[in-house]
Design a protein around this ligand. Structure first.
Ligand SMILES: Cc1cc2nc3c(=O)[nH]c(=O)nc-3n(C[C@H](O)[C@H](O)[C@H](O)COP(=O)(O)O)c2cc1C
Length: 340
């Protein structure tokens, strides 16, 4: 890990300092780049909000060999963590590889680690086509996240996802303000409940589940549920959408308590360790996603770096579950947490 972090630092030095803890301080305001928008507080709040939940250890139990595996829509994953989507790695990560090469390595590394690779969208369709070429015929372990284009503008992207065998696709609704996309189409932007209903119908008609990514407000979560969305991701886009939001771990329990029995909830933002995964699951997420540290791992040792990263995270999660008395991921609940 130390070796690959050094190598990654060389490869992404234009945009990312590969800090000892990826917390949004050194890169505050750097977009394009890896930072959070504006003051960088939305990114930093993700880590602060997670840290505010302390772990309550339990040692007197039988959970000595916890099982971290989880099932998602017919796929068995080795751990409840997915690689989050990332768009335009050249501009954002300062990468020396084109986005489709990044996607190819991410998919390979995630397959080896037995988890799902998500990938992002671009203003032009060509890079999206190239990304799908890397997915090949068996997209069962990849989930594309498209930007909030008008539903009729998403037809070809959804067709591609279904054609490549993806079990699910999503839209990151929190990208509504992104200038490059707004310039590409006049109908790009915030989506109504009616739009979301249409998108759910379009995905289901093609045999895919539909995910809405970027939910922070309970009212949005309720709309997603009412529209028949299969899963929502509590996310603030890694702090890149709007400045000064709460950390996701602040709003997750509110959303999970209100609608967690009606929709599959995932969450991301600042997850760095196995203990953080435990925290997100205890707060009501069934799965979590990690973005920036995966990008660093990939630049450190390509698909091998991705596999190593997830193996490390899994080991940490096993330790965290063992020392809090959780035999499997379904048994992780709020009993393992206490407030700082
Ligand atoms: C450079 C960069 C690019 C991103 N691009 C996308 C994207 O194209 N689509 C998307 O849904 N989320 C995108 N995200 C957000 C991540 O998928 C994820 O929600 C967030 O970064 C998680 O926080 P973390 O980086 O602290 O793990 C991006 C994040 C970063 C840092």
């Amino acid at each position: 890990m130390a070796d690959y972090r050094e190598k990654a630092r060389e490869r992404v030095k234009k945009r990312c300092k590969v800090c000892p803890v990826c917390n949004g301080k050194a890169c505050a305001g750097q977009i394009p780049g890896m930072g959070g928008t504006g003051s960088g507080m939305s990114f930093q709040n993700n880590l602060t909000a997670l840290a505010a939940w302390r772990i309550l250890p339990r040692y007197l139990h039988k959970a000595d060999n916890p099982d971290t595996s989880v099932e998602l829509w017919g796929q068995r994953l080795s751990l409840p963590v997915l690689a989050a989507p990332i768009g335009n790695v050249v501009a954002n990560v300062g990468s020396d590889m084109p986005t489709e090469k990044y996607t190819a390595l991410l998919i390979r590394g995630c397959r080896e680690a037995r988890t799902i690779a998500a990938f992002g969208d671009t203003p032009q369709i060509d890079p999206v086509i190239k990304n799908f070429a890397e997915v090949g015929d068996n997209g069962a372990m990849t989930i594309p996240f498209f930007k909030p284009w008008a539903p009729e503008d998403l037809v070809s992207r959804l067709d591609m996802a279904a054609g490549h065998g993806c079990v699910a696709c999503g839209v990151d609704v929190d990208a509504a303000g992104f200038p490059a996309f707004r310039q590409a189409s006049r109908t790009y932007g915030v989506r109504s409940g009616r739009d979301i209903e249409k998108l759910v119908g379009m995905a289901h008609a093609r045999g895919m589940k539909f995910i809405v990514k970027g939910i922070m407000a309970l009212s949005d979560a309720r709309i997603a549920v009412d529209c028949g969305v299969d899963s929502l991701i509590v996310s603030n886009h890694g702090g890149r959408s709007i400045d000064c939001t709460p950390g996701t771990a602040e709003v997750l329990p509110v959303i999970a308590d209100a609608v967690g029995d009606r929709i599959l909830i995932m969450a991301d933002g600042g997850v760095r360790t196995g203990v953080d995964v435990l925290r997100m699951l205890a707060l009501g997420a069934r799965l979590t996603l990690v973005c920036r540290p995966v990008a660093v791992a990939l630049h450190g040792d390509e698909e091998n770096g991705v596999r190593l990263y997830f193996e490390d995270l899994q080991r940490e999660l096993v330790d965290a579950m063992r020392l809090t008395g959780c035999t499997n991921v379904a048994s992780i609940d709020r009993e393992v947490l206490c407030r700082a």
